[in-house]
Every structure is written in C-alpha cells, then in structure tokens.
Design a protein around this ligand. Structure first.
Ligand code: P53
Length: 474
C-alpha cells in the first residue's frame, strides 16, 4: 500500500470563503470583508486601491458566502459521509478578537469553533486548523497598518495562545499562515497591506513578511509549550517554475522565481534567512527589521511539517519579449504548450505535483502535507442539484496518481491530502461562486442569488471510494 494507514484524506475550506455571518456572534470586520467581487477586486486585493469599508456599489462575497456558520452541522455530516479523515478549516481571527487588540477574547466566537470541532470529532474527523487564512481584523489595518507593524506580532501571539489553550484537546494540526508567500502577490488580501503613493512596496512587503515569520516562530514555541503533541506547519502556495527553454538564462530565471517563494519556507523550516535572499534584499536596498532575539527565535522554533497548495506548475522566460503572462491568476506564468488549462486558464499538470513534492522533500526533509489541490470549474446541475463532474474526477485522479508515485516510488513522507473547496465556496482570486471546486454543490450564484441548498455531485461518491480504499481504487 502506497499511503500510510492513518493517511489524512479530506478537504479544505477557509472561514472567509464559506462561513458568511460576517457580523454575527460578535465578529469584527476584516480585510477579507471589504474586498469586493468584480473588476475592482484585483486593485483592492493587491493594496493599490484603498477601500477600507463597504459601499453600495460593490458586492462583497464574504458577507454571506455559503453561510456555513449556520449550516456547519449539515456540512460536516456531508463530509463525514465521504469518510473524511481530516477537515482543514480556518478560524476567523475577528470572531475571536473582533478588533484584534482586545485583551479578552470573544466567548461567542470561541464557542462557535468548539461546536465545529466537536462536530468533526463526533465523526472521527481530525481538524487541521489554519490560524490565519488571509484575514486581518480591519481595526488593526486602520490603526497600525496591518503586518507592516511589529505590534501585529503581539496581537497574533495573543490570538494563538487563546486558541491553543482553548482547543488543546480538540486540535492537533495547525498552520500558522495560509500561503505565506501570497504577501508578495496579493498583499491586502494576504496581509492587510495597503500601499501609500510613492512608497517602497518591496520594503513594506518584506517588513511585513519578517513580522509574520517571527510571529510564526513564536506561535510554534508557545504551541509546543501548551501541548507538546501539537504539530505546527507552514503553508506555501507551491508549484515549481519551469524554464521556457534550455537556454541557461531561462533556467536561471526559473531558479530565481522559485526562490521568491521558497524564501518564506526556508526561514520557517531551516530557521534562517537564506543567503540568496539576504544578498538580493541588500542589493534592492531593503532593510530587514531584525530586533535582538529574532534570529534565535527563527533558528529555534522551526516548523514540524511543510504544507502547501498545488494547482499548477509555472513557466518563465528570461526574455522580456517572450515573457507575456497569462491572465487568470495572481501568479504570473507563461502558457505551457504541453499543458491543457482550466476554464480560468490555470494549467493542469499532475506530474508537476510529483515534481513539487520531490523538490520540497529534497529541500526540507520534513513531512509534507498537500492541503489544497483541485479544479475550479463551471458546474451545470440538473433539477436535483446533481452535477456530472467527470472533469473534476479526472483532474483529482491524475493528481492523486502523481502523489502516489511520489510516495511509493520516490519515498516522499506525506501526511495527508485535503482537496480545496470540498464544498463549493467563494473563489479567493475572483470572488465568484461560479468557480467551483466541491464534491458538494451549493445553490448560489455570483450575484448572491440561490437557496443555499447542498447536493452531492458525481465526484462525491468517487472520492468516498478513493478514501475507503486508501487511494488504491481511483
Ligand atoms: P481561487 C490564487 C489566488 C488567490 C488565492 O484559488 C490562491 C491562489 C492560488 O494559489 O490561493 C489558494 O479561489 C487559497 C485559497 C483559494 C485557492 O487557492 O482563486 O489558499 O483561499 O481559494 C483557489 O480559485
């Protein structure tokens, strides 16, 4: 058998993309609530357009999302019906600390996640919790500028300590920051960063990154103090970058591109700023805001495992004339002529997953966890809400095969696999509902119309069979 006995099969979601109830239960407003769907999404999400509150002209998909806040029992029962061993979800920071700088947490928010975890445990589902999946309380953005401020570390650590203690006996696996490298690509959405005119963006991004990296190390420290059994992971938006040709310049460019992303994991897993990053930041005139003790913290409290999302490989050229990027993703990439693409232009590359798994394992030699993978597609349901989603089954089957080869043939140490958006939810990149990943269909459209009814797609029973056979019956 390729996969270990207790391999963690399951699916993943994020609070802002599924919970809704954005002001219920004492929850405070977060950056993710003011990022609209539609044409302004990219400018707001990337910190170029200031929109710190909601207005009438825009539609904000996080406000209701799929209303999992009120449907969680039904939803977790559906996940359990597929035999899930693991459910990755995130805690909405502003449910626990509505403004972010309170000293006492919001009991109603804590209670909500108690209920959610109890529901998971009832079915023997192991929760895997993302502590921060893109969300930052708006109050902290308005008062201190989000992660550009070092004070964020204290607020984050207080939040971590609160949830580690509260869920000490319910949750074992934690991720400190979702796709930490997203800070470079979608900085308002990823870290609450808004750029003032004329500001050195590179400096702001790496300052914020440093604060997150120190916060992540501190979280790892207190996690193990609170419960030595806790497993703390980092999380990378992964996918190797290929060179467009065998021209050495292209190969070099692809190495540089990958390092932009590896940088974060190099710090979180190896415990220090890699030499290439120190040199590059120095050349760019970026100052890393080290404070006494930071280096020791980073060195001492490295992560227990490496988790990542994988949707696609990337492609780059050193030639600026060739380097015209495709649309449809916050990650730049050239069109790879050997690959097909999804309806949103994301290129489909199952072998790329094996390549990515091997690269990460070679580099870090720590257990890996695939915490996101899947196909965002348009689904057309029949009158019962049933979708014949063979395209999704094909995508997942090929990726699971590739991951199996990485385990069986290459010896990669893999803890589990959670598909993205196991129940349809709001797209982070576009804000649409139409871009669906789920085994479970949710009746809701891009404009917010629909009954929110849940129904099983064809892939539901397929995935159930995959889990039941521990990945043998694909
Ligand atoms: P969507 C791209 C853009 C935004 C978030 O993306 C992304 C990515 C791809 O790496 O990251 C993750 O919804 C993220 C999820 C997100 C998922 O990819 O744009 O962790 O929140 O939903 C898929 O199709």
């Amino acid at each position: 058998m390729a996969f270990r006995e207790n391999f963690l099969w399951g699916g993943a979601t994020a609070a802002n993309q599924c919970e809704g109830a954005y002001l219920e239960g004492g929850r405070g407003l977060a950056n993710v609530d003011v990022v609209p769907a539609g044409s302004d999404r990219f400018s707001v999400g990337s910190g170029m357009m200031k929109m710190f509150s909601c207005n009438e002209e825009h539609y904000y998909p996080s406000h209701e999302a799929i209303d999992m806040y009120h449907h969680y029992k039904e939803d977790i029962a559906l996940l359990a019906g597929m035999g899930f061993k693991c459910y990755r979800l995130s805690i909405a920071w502003s449910r626990i600390f509505p403004k972010g700088d309170e000293l006492e947490p919001n009991e109603e928010g804590l209670k909500f996640y108690d209920n959610v975890f109890d529901e998971c445990l009832k079915y023997g589902i192991e929760p895997l919790v993302t502590i921060c999946h893109f969300d930052v309380p708006m109050h902290l953005i308005e008062t201190i500028g989000g992660w550009r401020s070092r004070q964020m570390i204290d607020h984050y650590v207080r939040y971590c300590e609160t949830i580690f203690k509260r869920y000490r006996d319910k949750v074992k696996y934690w991720l400190t920051f979702n796709e930490i490298n997203m800070i470079l690509h979608f900085p308002f959405m990823g870290a609450g960063l808004y750029f003032e005119e004329g500001e050195n963006k590179q400096q702001v991004k790496y300052t914020a990154a440093h604060h997150e990296l120190v916060a992540s190390a501190l979280a790892t420290k207190i996690a193990h103090e609170i419960n030595p059994e806790f497993k703390i992971g980092c999380m990378l938006a992964a996918g190797n970058t290929y060179a467009n040709t065998c021209h050495p310049e292209d190969v070099w460019r692809s190495i540089e591109k990958d390092r932009e992303n590896y940088f974060f994991i190099d710090v979180q897993s190896r415990g220090e700023y890699p030499a290439y990053a120190l040199k590059q930041l120095e050349r760019e005139g970026v100052k890393i805001p080290f404070v006494k003790g930071d280096k020791e913290l980073l060195q001492t409290y490295t992560v227990d495992f490496i988790s990542f999302s994988y949707y696609s490989s990337r492609l780059v050229s050193a030639n600026p004339d060739v380097n015209k990027m495709t649309e449809g993703n916050v990650f730049d990439t050239l069109k790879n002529p050997y690959l097909e693409a999804s309806e949103w232009g994301w290129q489909i590359d199952p072998l790329g997953l094996r390549i990515t798994l091997n690269s990460l394992y070679d580099r870090y030699q720590k257990p890996l966890f695939i915490v996101e993978n899947g196909l965002g597609a348009v689904d057309i349901p029949d009158e019962h809400g049933y979708v014949e989603d063979d395209y999704r089954i094909d995508y997942l089957r090929e990726h699971i095969r590739a991951m199996k080869e990485a385990v069986e043939l290459d010896g990669v140490d893999l803890l589990g696999y959670t598909t993205w958006g196991c129940i349809d939810l709001v797209s982070a990149g576009t804000g649409e509902m139409k871009k669906r990943y789920g085994f479970i269909y949710v009746d809701k459209d891009n404009e917010g119309n629909g009954t929110l009814r849940r129904s099983k797609k064809k892939s539901y029973n397929w995935y159930k069979k995959v889990i039941h056979s521990n990945g043998e019956d694909l």
